[in-house]
Design a protein. Structure first.
Length: 171
């Protein structure tokens, strides 16, 4: 299941124009928070101007307290089709799509993995499950174990390259 791709949110009112937003997005500083919730509190209180959010701010977007500026996936979100991607607003090639999946310990029998996969995919197709996930910002994306393994490998390779290129280390 894909989560609403990390959203870039701005607090309202939208009357405060930000002509330098693209320049500001390219800044290389981070204001660290111990989780998204404290960041959201500061965003709503006006202590920070914008933040990347994995989806907890969607209720505030729907209530008009926050404005969704862009999504971090390569394509627009089906939940907010009028919201551009970061690629569209100038951060070419930007892709920080987020997703959730089920894992099992290595060596689990293939029959068990296949059964689990079938049941999870079946549940994702149930209207009440699908609708609730969409309400929470998720986009159900059923796939086979092989497709999921390929997706996981691709993300590890992509983010591994970024980590090596930028010299990022555990702190």
């Amino acid at each position: 299941m894909r989560n609403l791709p990390h959203a870039l949110l701005e607090r309202q009112p939208a009357t405060r124009r930000r002509p330098d937003a693209r320049r500001r997005l390219r800044m290389t500083f981070t204001l660290p928070f111990r989780g998204a919730a404290p960041g959201m509190v500061d965003l709503l209180a006006g202590q920070v101007d914008y933040m990347f959010d994995p989806g907890i701010g969607l209720g505030h977007v729907r209530d008009g307290k926050l404005r969704l500026l862009a999504v971090a996936s390569p394509e627009r979100s089906s939940l907010f089709p009028d919201t551009p991607t970061l690629d569209e607003v100038g951060l070419k090639g930007f892709d920080a799509d987020s997703w959730f999946g089920f894992y099992a310990p290595a060596g689990v029998d293939k029959a068990i993995v296949d059964r689990m996969n079938a049941e999870v995919n079946r549940a994702l197709g149930l209207p009440q499950v699908k609708n609730r996930l969409i309400e929470l910002g998720g986009v159900p994306e059923p796939m086979s174990p092989d497709e999921f393994a390929a997706k996981t490998r691709a993300d590890f390779e992509r983010f591994g390259a970024i980590i090596r290129e930028r010299g990022i280390s555990v702190q």
